[in-house]
Design a binder for this molecule. Structure first.
Ligand code: NAD
Ligand code: WQD
Length: 334
């Protein structure tokens, strides 16, 4: 298949491109590099030994984006392009609605105009909000989000659901990711945000390489076994493989499906700290801080639907996630 991958140089997109190319699909990447580097493209070529067509285009630019749709006949689109910093979205809601909603509307308009019938969208477990009991099941639908970022995911889900009602030939998979961590085994792709990371594992990684002195653990008074919050961490390679299965499912099945991509296992903050210490053999200092605003206590996936529809099961455990994160960090210390 020929697949348009928006945001394909980002963290999840780049790992997915590897899986797509290794399974004999061809990809065209569109990315404006707002949160990625062009070196990722070189690394993708090194890893896969394949040619990749890349265009530095903002999906908000309808005219430039349409040139791509005129140049290629796509079988499917995997839509990753978006801004993802929860805190920033609270400070700059319009930026997030414009980029993540208006940008997506451009893309969906072009998909319809150019008859691309298969779309896989990067949604998030964040759309469940704090409204439901774990494990989160797809049938629960949309909960209450505490931030504009989450709202942009919900709006995209609603738009694509409505679109699928207007065109019976359309096939949409809304993938609700839980917490992706880790890196490629090649150590050429991974996540190393500039500045102070918002997410747990990138933060621990920077403590491990002594770029930050200690981890702030946000809250130890949750109603969990060790008092710290619980999440469903999924290895980035497993997540990428889930996309391969999802896009292959989309071309064979019409209609819309919401599918969780997680492991179904919950891990607390302190368990993750211990796993990282074990994997890296480095002591991770931490200080207990008050709860972080907007955080929920426990979040993990019901994985039955991913197993049933996609035959998707995860392979890697948290220690391997930590090991791959650490190896990537060591390799990429500047
Ligand atoms: P990322 O920031 O690493 O990748 C996103 C890519 O999209 C970047 O390369 C960025 O440059 C590009 N991009 C952003 N806006 C663009 C625009 N207007 N035009 C063209 N390119 C644009 O993020 P990621 O972690 O790889 O996430 C990919 C998608 O998955 C995002 O939509 C994100 O919201 C979603 N998601 C991420 C997580 C997570 O924890 N990483 C969890 C759930 C959902
Ligand atoms: C995990 C746990 C923190 C940092 C976020 C987005 C979500 C999705 C994935 C995109 C929480 C604790 C964290 C730190 C800590 N992204 N923590 N110290 O909040 O589950 O999800 O990323 O869709 O939308 O909200 O992930 O990694 O930020 O936090 O104690 O320095 O680690 O409080 O309990 P989260 P996270």
């Amino acid at each position: 298949m020929k697949i348009l991958v928006t945001g394909g140089l980002g963290y999840i997109g780049s790992h997915t491109v590897v899986e797509l190319l290794n399974n004999n699909h061809s990809v065209v990447i569109v990315d404006n590099l707002i949160n990625s580097k062009i070196e990722v493209l070189d690394n993708l070529k090194i890893i896969t030994k394949k040619e990749i067509d890349f265009y530095q285009i903002d999906i908000l630019n309808f005219i430039e984006l349409e040139k791509i749709f005129k140049k290629y006949k796509f079988d499917a689109i995997i839509h990753f392009a978006g801004l993802k910093a929860v805190g920033e979205s609270c400070d700059k809601p319009l930026l997030y609605y414009e980029n993540n909603v208006s940008g997506s509307i451009n893309l969906y308009n072009l998909a319809i105009k150019h008859n691309v019938k298969n779309i896989v969208f990067s949604s998030s477990a964040t759309v469940y909000g704090d409204d439901f009991k774990v494990p989160f099941k797809e049938e629960y639908g949309l909960g209450t989000c505490t931030n504009p970022y989450g709202e942009t995911k919900k709006i995209n889900e609603i738009i694509l659901t409505d679109l699928s009602k207007t065109d019976k030939d359309l096939s949409v998979v809304l993938l609700r990711y839980f917490n992706p961590v880790g890196a490629s085994k090649t150590q050429l792709l991974g996540e190393n945000p500039n500045g102070i990371p918002n997410n747990l594992v990138p933060y621990i990684a920077k403590v491990a390489i002594k770029e930050l002195p200690y981890l702030n653990v946000y809250g130890n008074d949750y109603n969990t076994p060790d008092g710290t919050a619980i999440r469903d961490y999924i290895h980035i390679i497993d997540l990428a493989k889930g996309h391969l299965k999802a896009v292959e499912y989309a071309v064979k099945n019409k209609g819309i499906e919401v599918i969780n991509l997680g492991t179904g296992k919950g891990t607390s903050v302190l368990e993750m700290v211990k796993a990282y210490e074990k994997a890296s053999n480095i002591k991770i200092d931490y200080k207990i801080q008050p709860r972080r605003k907007g955080d929920i206590e426990t979040c993990f996936a019901d994985t039955a639907k991913a197993k049933k529809l996609l035959n998707f099961e995860t392979e890697y455990d948290i220690e391997e996630m930590c090991l791959d994160s650490y190896n990537y960090m060591i390799k990429n210390i500047k």
